[in-house]
Design a protein around this ligand. Structure first.
Ligand SMILES: *Cc1c(COP(=O)(O)O)cnc(C)c1O
Length: 409
């Protein structure tokens, strides 16, 4: 008799986005002529940079010619891409890494979900609250939690509240934790982290032999040069941290698929006999067994985003979305709302008016402004009292949505 992995049965349904879709559909059925604008889902809308498209086409032609055809690539990805990543993402920030510390993949979702496989089931996992659900659900599936509790949290997982009171900067956990997921710039709050705050986490990890899983999917949106762009800007982080990046938000690759993980060779975890093991070797072993690499044309396209035209086009893309973010921030602020984020991230975290809940304000905006947002409570208990708006819409939709929100308040 085939039995299921009962950890999957602990998972709560994918309530958030299906509930949003349900309410939107219902509204649309009752108001067939209403033009609803979504600033809800965290997906990009602008086309790929031309340099990436040209790279894809060039690589497709190479695949059509017996002299340049390529079969399986390397498990870790092509060197030509890893070298560009190091040259343009890390060297300018004073971070020096080896090409074999870069692991090209098809997505940061996959990487952040799968990396926990390297760790024992008894590790204690800590996450920010509100949180990108992938970190939690992947650990629940693996069996690193108990059941879901009434408030929506899973027992056995340590949630670190990010609230207005603490400036969305969580305290260090009071109990000892082993695996710490951090995400900066943050989805959903749009918060960024300073060098001194990030150093606290690196110091904690070093003192407690913990590992930080650092999701920097939104680093390209940072406008302020003083904000750390990589956890490796912090001394000692290359002994305790793995960093996840993606081309999805930076270069519009959500449907094209390319990302990378940085696993420094110095990062170690421990076996029960006290021996030390390099996560870089373990992750290479894992990838070699379960992954056959990202397709060659996609890696060429990703590398092309670092050509001089590519970088110029990526900058235009980021500027486009960040202008949307400032339109949202300025519009909502002038309408009397309190907003966070949106200055170094494409997410604006909006405090709901006095006396309303996240879902109450969601319904209000849908009904009165025909705008879809994401209720903060859907990302965790500490997200209650907020909604998330994204800057990933078109300029026209963003302006229209902001003007409608302002006139209905
Ligand atoms: C969008 C996003 C990613 C990127 O996922 P991909 O699989 O690379 O598209 C990773 N982490 C967070 C927090 C995100 O919001």
């Amino acid at each position: 008799m085939a039995r299921v992995n009962e950890n999957f049965l602990k998972l709560r349904g994918d309530y958030l986005f299906s509930e949003i879709a349900r309410r939107r559909t219902k509204y649309q059925e009752n108001h067939p002529d209403a033009k609803v604008i979504s600033l809800g889902i965290g997906d990009v809308t602008r086309p790929l940079p031309q340099a990436a498209v040209d790279g894809l086409k060039r690589a497709a032609d190479e695949m059509a010619d017996v002299r340049t055809f390529r079969g399986y690539g390397e498990y870790q990805g092509y060197r030509f891409l890893a070298e560009k990543i190091l040259e343009f993402e890390f060297a300018p920030r004073g971070v020096s890494l080896d090409v074999d510390e870069v692991f090209i993949s098809e997505g940061a979702k996959t990487d952040t979900a799968c990396f926990q496989e390297l760790f024992d089931i008894d590790n204690v996992v800590a996450v920010l609250d509100p949180v990108y659900p992938v970190y939690v659900d992947s650990n629940v599936m693996a069996g690193r939690s108990g059941q879901a509790t009434e408030g929506g949290h899973y027992s056995g997982i340590v949630y670190m509240p990010c609230t207005e009171e603490n400036g969305f900067m969580p305290e260090l956990p009071s109990e000892k934790v082993d695996l710490i997921y951090l995400c900066y710039p943050n989805n959903p709050t749009g918060a960024t982290i300073s060098h001194s705050e990030l150093k606290k986490w690196v110091d904690y990890a070093r003192q407690n032999q913990a590992i930080i899983l650092y999701d920097a999917a939104y680093v390209a949106f940072i406008q302020d040069e003083d904000i750390p762009h990589s956890i490796y800007e912090i001394e000692g982080a290359d002994e305790v941290a793995v960093e996840f990046r993606s081309f999805s938000k930076r270069a519009g690759f959500t449907g094209t698929r390319c990302a990378f993980a940085i696993v420094p060779k110095k990062v170690k975890a421990y076996a029960s006999d006290g021996s030390e093991h390099s996560l870089n070797s373990l992750w290479l072993r894992r990838q070699a067994t379960k992954f056959n690499g990202v397709s060659y044309p996609i890696q060429v396209a990703a590398a092309a985003t670092y050509s001089s035209e590519g970088r110029e086009q990526v900058k235009e893309l980021i500027d486009y979305y960040m202008t949307n973010a400032s339109i949202i921030v300025e519009g909502l602020t002038s309408a009397g709302l309190t907003v966070y984020g949106g200055t170094n991230s494409p997410y604006v975290w909006v405090k709901v008016p006095e006396g309303m809940t996240s879902w109450g304000f969601f319904d209000y905006l849908l009904d009165k402004a025909r705008v879809v947002c994401t209720p903060g409570a859907g990302f965790g208990a500490s997200g209650e009292g907020f909604v998330r708006l994204t800057a990933f819409g078109s300029r026209e939709d963003t302006e229209e949505a902001v003007s409608r929100i302002c006139s209905c308040l």
